[in-house]
Design a protein around this ligand. Structure first.
Ligand code: ADP
Ligand code: MG
Length: 696
């Protein structure tokens, strides 16, 4: 610990030097026990505490004289204490602390339950502020379990705008206030990442003031301004990092794949269908990016079945014609095999047969494939994580395609790009679209292509939320569909019965359906805990039509193409996210048969019901994602953490206006300071973001 060279910022800890990165247990007045409690909230340093922002404020600034107390309402009064007593209530045998309160003209009572220690803390003669629900009891007007604080010049808890924090066991807002308040002076040591010029232009207060205002606000408005200032900084950093990475990438030397219109035409000409407008636009955007000098970084979003693979195939063929390799990585073996089959069909006739590399590829086949890749013979490789193992070398990777990229970590994605020497073009594909409002904030660095329309002739999957009393008729309906030659999925949220959740499990449902409900049908079970070989055998039986009903867990969420299946039943549907439900639904309606998605609700849950109603009413994954965002907030979507980014403490990702302001400010700042050397706290803070955005 260093000796302070200037007077310490706080009085309560005046005899030691304080430093915002100091672990909390070393702070006087905190100690190991308190520090341990705080750690439950993820708070380990003074800085963490300062940035532990209130959820809201409790305004008890308006006090009333005791004679004006109204029973039934929550009120605050400034009082003097008389007669404190501790007793056991005769009926329920709880410990009661009772105090008589007085002010100039009147008196009232306060009662606290189960807090016997208060009898020692609150003593006769003390001046207090009390705030709480007022009730009329036999002994008169009574504050029931009021919040209280001794009257002083600066109230922290009562008689003020008191912050209400995210809490946990034994870490109450009161505890947090009492812990944070004496440390607030240290806010002056928090480096202000926002350059003064940006602050001035945006009329934002310095970070130290913002921290003061959120924890000890002067007014509701100043608390709001303080919070907004912190939110602005978070968004500014994100936008700055994204835009900086983007500019560097576009300046960088990438692999150039010339855009040969004839090559594109030759593939399109052999397709058994016409490309949708969306596919044509997306393909054009991608091929244009490939031909530009900076490496491409593009996200292709489109619902299941919207035809993303064809677009990727065009890019792969173009890359092949330029003499370079394409790698397509998918999160599961099922998906990888499906891409392989589709690409094989599309591209083998054009002299580009894909190779498949997955976990179950035999050692001999793997050796042969690795040799081919390293020698540059094979130019289209499809696979799983098996593609990023250390000994996989792609000599001249021109294009890396990653399907459902949010299922991979940042490091894995980067590893794929680094399997070759140069900086390849990068195309991410996802069937879980991020709403525009969020993608601008989250994916500032990424160019977006979207397939919003489905190929023509697609069925609309009829989706219904099935009430409990209609379960039997739903089963009858399934039976009739199966009699007509169709197949059905039944999805359960868990593998095995567990008392904890009470959810329907795949194994129990399988038992029930195969013995009681559908003894006459062929029922198959599939879940993630089965060995890979068994999984694929069982799946294969269903694909070939040797099973009528497949009971499964979310393993069928991605991939799995069974055109003959026309029914998707989802048990305990409220337990799944909207995007996931939509994914399940995308498993049916893949042929000419009218298809159905039946959502069985497992329990009463208002928010869950609203979500199920949304799935039933909305067909487009893009529109559903927007709705999900409204219903559950941005936390439900792909998390920042998953992207390796710091959490947003203050910023609301739905606050589009603030995001735009931050983005505009970030672009202006970058124009003047492209290497971010002008403001040191800013360049230091950027290091965290660099790891995420910089791909080289
Ligand atoms: P996604 O990967 O987006 O889920 P796919 O690329 O696998 O979708 O395409 C789904 C199915 O639709 C495939 O059988 C594909 O051949 C077919 N398809 C793709 N584009 C079209 C189109 N424009 N018209 C008709 N069918 C199409
Ligand atoms: Mg696909």
């Amino acid at each position: 610990m260093t000796v302070p060279s200037q007077p310490p910022a706080t009085t309560s800890a005046a005899h030691i030097a304080l430093d915002i990165d100091l672990p909390l247990h070393r702070i006087v007045g905190i100690g190991p026990t308190k520090a341990q409690r705080l750690e439950k909230l993820g708070l380990t340093t003074v800085r963490d505490l300062l940035f532990h922002l209130p959820r809201r404020y409790e305004d008890t600034r308006e006090t009333v004289p005791l004679r004006a107390l109204q029973p039934g309402s929550i009120q605050t009064a400034r009082v003097r204490v008389r007669n404190v007593s501790l007793r056991i209530s005769p009926v329920k045998r709880v410990k009661l602390v009772e105090a008589t309160l007085e002010d100039d003209g009147a008196s009232a009572l306060a009662v606290w339950f189960n807090q016997p220690f208060l009898a020692k803390q609150i003593v006769s003669g003390m001046e207090l502020l009390v705030s709480g629900k007022v009730e009329l009891s036999r002994s008169g007007l009574t504050f029931r379990n009021p919040a209280w604080e001794r009257a002083r010049r600066d109230q922290v808890h009562v008689g003020t705008l008191a912050p209400i924090y995210p809490e946990t066991d034994h870490v109450s807002s009161k505890f947090l206030r009492a812990t944070i308040e004496p440390l607030l002076g240290l806010a002056a040591q928090v480096p202000d990442r926002l350059p003064p010029a940006v602050r001035d232009a945006e009329h934002l207060m310095p970070i130290a003031d913002a921290l003061h205002q959120v924890h000890e606000p002067r007014s509701v408005e100043s608390a709001q301004q303080g919070r907004e200032r912190i939110a602005f900084e978070e968004l500014f950093m994100l936008q700055l990092a994204a835009e900086r990475a983007r500019r560097r990438r576009l300046r960088g030397v990438g692999v150039v794949v010339p855009y040969d219109v004839e090559v594109a035409r030759s593939l399109v000409a052999t397709l058994p269908f016409k490309l949708t407008d969306g596919q044509r636009v997306a393909a054009h955007e991608i091929l244009t990016d490939l031909a530009a000098p900076g490496p491409m970084n593009r996200l292709l979003q489109g619902d299941v079945g919207s035809g993303k693979t064809v677009v990727a195939a065009l890019a792969a063929l173009m890359t092949h014609h330029a003499g370079m390799q394409t790698a397509v990585m998918a999160p599961t073996e099922i998906l990888a095999r499906q891409h392989f089959a589709t690409l094989d069909q599309l591209l083998s006739p054009h002299g580009l047969p894909p190779r498949l590399l997955v976990g179950s590829t035999s050692a001999a086949a793997r050796r042969e494939i690795l040799a081919g890749l390293a020698a540059g013979h094979d130019s289209l490789i499809v696979g799983t994580h098996a593609l990023i193992e250390d000994d996989v070398v792609l000599v001249n990777l021109g294009l890396a395609v990653v399907d459902e990229q949010h299922r991979f970590g940042v490091a894995q994605r980067r590893r794929l790009r680094q399997t070759s020497g140069a900086m390849p073009n990068y195309l991410a594909m996802t069937a879980t679209p991020i709403p525009r409002s969020l993608s601008n904030t989250l994916y500032g660095d990424v160019d977006l292509s979207e397939l919003r329309e489905m190929p023509p002739g697609r069925q609309r999957v009829q989706t219904r939320v099935v009430p409990v009393h209609e379960r039997d008729s739903a089963y009858e309906f399934i039976r009739s569909e199966v009699r007509a030659g169709r197949q059905a999925f039944v999805i359960c949220p868990i593998i095995e019965e567990s008392d904890k959740t009470g959810a329907r499990s795949a194994t129990a449902e399988f038992e029930r359906l195969s013995t009681t409900v559908f003894p006459d049908l062929r029922v198959e079970l599939l879940h993630g805990r089965m060995p890979a070989r068994e999984k694929s055998e069982r799946m294969q039986r269903f694909v070939q039509g040797d099973a009528d009903v497949l009971v499964a867990t979310s393993v069928v969420e991605v991939g799995v193409d069974v055109p003959n299946a026309s029914i998707m039943v989802i048990e305990d549907a409220q337990r799944f996210g909207l995007a996931q439900l939509h994914q399940f639904r995308g498993r049916v309606g893949r042929d000419q048969y009218q298809s159905y998605c039946l959502l069985f609700e497992g329990g009463i849950d208002e928010e869950g019901s609203a979500r199920l109603a949304a799935v039933a009413a909305i067909d487009s994954g893009f529109d559903l994602a927007e709705r999900d965002l409204q219903l559950r907030g941005p936390g439900s979507l792909v998390g920042l953490r998953q992207h390796g980014l710091p959490d947003m403490l203050a910023a609301d990702l739905l606050d589009v206006a603030l995001a735009h302001r931050a983005r505009a400010a970030a672009l202006r700042w970058l124009d003047g300071d492209p290497d971010l050397t002008a403001w040191q706290p800013l360049s230091e803070a950027m290091n965290v973001y660099r790891a995420v955005f910089d791909i080289d």
